[in-house]
Design a protein around this ligand. Structure first.
Ligand code: NAD
Length: 252
């Protein structure tokens, strides 16, 4: 029960890594606000976790107004905010010539602006509590580049260095900020890979551990970073990738 009396917001909490984290935060005693744009899934998840300990709030993280309202919901429903898991994200398969300005802007708006909006709205609420913890979902795709994933690569690299900026600017206020960098995880965001004949096997083989992560395996690290067990960690960029970033890329 590491999160008894803690209030947590999880963006992108209706599905995948966010949902796994919301469930585990709740199981370990937290009151949880699930923020997402998939209202049916989000409401169902909140109902499963139970009235009084979990609410769903429709939030487009690319909207500053929505994100401010999300933090206001945590304060109104549960009396404050201790932990923000900035996790909502989208991908976009395209190299630069095929990437439209609209697609670029959409990825930046959700994956990068959304993280900035979340931190900007959460910091005053955390100050009122005398501290807090922020965990941002970056990606191994922010540490190096993938073929035909240019906008996502740029946005997630931005999340990594922005996390460091928040960490050092607010360390003196007892507000910690860290980022997780998942490798491939079995969630709806990568469903396209599973649908392409033979592609999944190639991807599995590219991971030294030989398989994708389960969402719960990423959530476990997120909860560690958000907890007092990580009380001296801030500005850390933590790969959770089955060994992908440990590999030079040379074939065996
Ligand atoms: P997912 O699709 O299951 O979850 C993403 C969630 O974000 C969804 O519930 C979606 O509705 C929500 N979302 C999308 N746009 C939003 C918006 N504008 N406002 C609010 N919510 C929005 O996928 P996931 O794998 O759980 O993704 C979670 C995070 O993990 C993302 O940031 C993603 O980039 C990152 N990530 C995923 C992988 C992977 O292989 N699955 C790898 C590295 C990083």
């Amino acid at each position: 029960m590491r999160f008894s009396n803690k209030v947590v917001i999880v963006t992108g909490g209706a599905s995948g890594i966010g949902l796994a984290a919301a469930r585990r935060f709740h199981a370990e005693g937290a009151a949880v606000v699930i923020a997402d744009v998939q209202d049916e899934l989000g409401q169902r998840a909140a109902a499963q976790l139970g009235e009084g300990r979990c609410v769903y709030r429709h939030t487009d993280v690319a909207s500053w107004d929505d994100v401010q309202a999300m933090v206001a919901t945590a304060e109104a429903e549960f009396g404050g905010l201790d932990i923000l898991f900035n996790n909502a994200g989208v991908g976009c398969f395209a190299a630069t010539p095929d990437l439209t300005p609209e697609e670029w802007r959409r990825v930046m708006a959700i994956d990068l602006d959304g993280v900035f909006y979340g931190c900007k709205a959460a910091l005053p609420a955390m100050r009122k509590r005398g501290g807090g913890a922020i965990v941002n979902t970056a990606s191994i795709s922010g540490m190096a580049a993938d073929f035909s994933f240019a906008a996502y690569n740029a946005a997630k690299a931005g999340v990594i260095n922005y996390t460091r900026a928040v960490a050092i600017d607010h360390a003196h206020e007892r507000i910690r900020a860290n980022a997780v960098c998942p490798g491939p995880v079995d969630t709806p965001i990568i469903a396209g890979i599973n649908e392409m004949q033979g592609v999944r096997q190639v991807w599995d083989k590219a991971v030294p551990m030989g398989r994708f992560a389960r969402a719960e395996e990423i959530a476990a690290v997120v909860l560690f970073l958000a907890s007092d067990d990580a009380s001296y960690m801030t500005g850390a960029i933590v790969p959770v990738d089955g060994g992908v970033t440990a590999h030079t890329g040379q074939p065996d």
